[in-house]
Write a protein that binds this ligand. Sequence first.
Ligand SMILES: Nc1ncnc2c1ncn2[C@@H]1O[C@H](COP(=O)(O)OP(=O)(O)OP(=O)(O)O)[C@@H](O)[C@H]1O
Length: 316
Amino acid sequence: MNKQLELHSLSKKYKKANHYANENINLTFNQGEISAITGHNGAGKTTMLNQIIGITKPTKGSITFDGVSFATDSKMAREYVSMMPQLHAPLDGVTMAQSVESILKIRGLNQKEAKKECNKILEELKIDEWKDTPGQKLSGGLRRLTSFAMAVAFPSPIIVLDEPTNDVDPIRRQIIWKHLKKLSNDGHIIIVVTHNILEVEKYADRYILMNRGKVLEDKNLKEQSIEISERNHMVVNFINLNDLKDVIIPNAIKTNMDNEELVIAMELTNDQVSDAINWVMNLIRERKVQNYKISPKSLNETYGEMIDGDDENSRK
Ligand SMILES: Nc1ncnc2c1ncn2[C@@H]1O[C@H](COP(=O)(O)OP(=O)(O)OP(=O)(O)O)[C@@H](O)[C@H]1O
């Protein structure tokens, strides 16, 4: 049976704040799904994770999993949720292996089992050569990877991670995402806060965009990818202003003309691309156009368009 984590009308207003950090969030997270939460700084992402883990009490609303209310029973929240915090776990004076083993022992493993499981995850993350290095001597990326290992060494049904791949090298970023995929295939609910849209596009199943404490967009990423793969950007550089002003533009979803830069930018469906290319080739032959560029539209561009210029500073 699919157990769901359900957030209903979840809201948080911190003491003395003049606005809600998040407001009226309604989301259902499923087993076997990697949900990526994105949004500007201050959008309310970390607050939501802290509400799920039970360390921030909601002002309003409910959080339930398998009939258990996390909002009222934070002990159960800690039981069901593993969290990788945004800031590095406190590792000073403790080696990488000791940090991971301590979590495994808290979860009930004996010394021998804890050592074995710890070695397994450190080897998988390819960080075992630092296992006896004390926390204060680890680089930022290695501290974060240690923190990741602590969150997934004995995975709870729900795993929440706040920017897990920041400071991490490209090879180990891939290892992190592949490990999360494996956990989601095993039936865990995975919720990842990240600013890395390229990674979201590549690895997540679902994309939730938050803005000013609210959910602005909630998309199944497989459907989203299809939608995006049918969008193309075309930028055409004209040689002089009169030609640009007189030109008849082919069919496009959207067109922007920049008279100063002598540029026409168009958004095209796949079906509109060939007509647009014929059009621009003729203009090149007529020496009205200098060059052009066409590229598929990315999730990154879509994200930018949705919350363009809409950051925390503009919040009233
Ligand atoms: N402990 C706190 N006390 C008061 N206000 C807070 C507290 N924590 C967060 N806030 C405010 O709540 C809002 C949401 O913050 P939050 O940290 O949840 O956003 P975020 O999306 O995680 O941002 P970032 O991407 O920068 O981590 C912000 O306006 C922030 O200033």
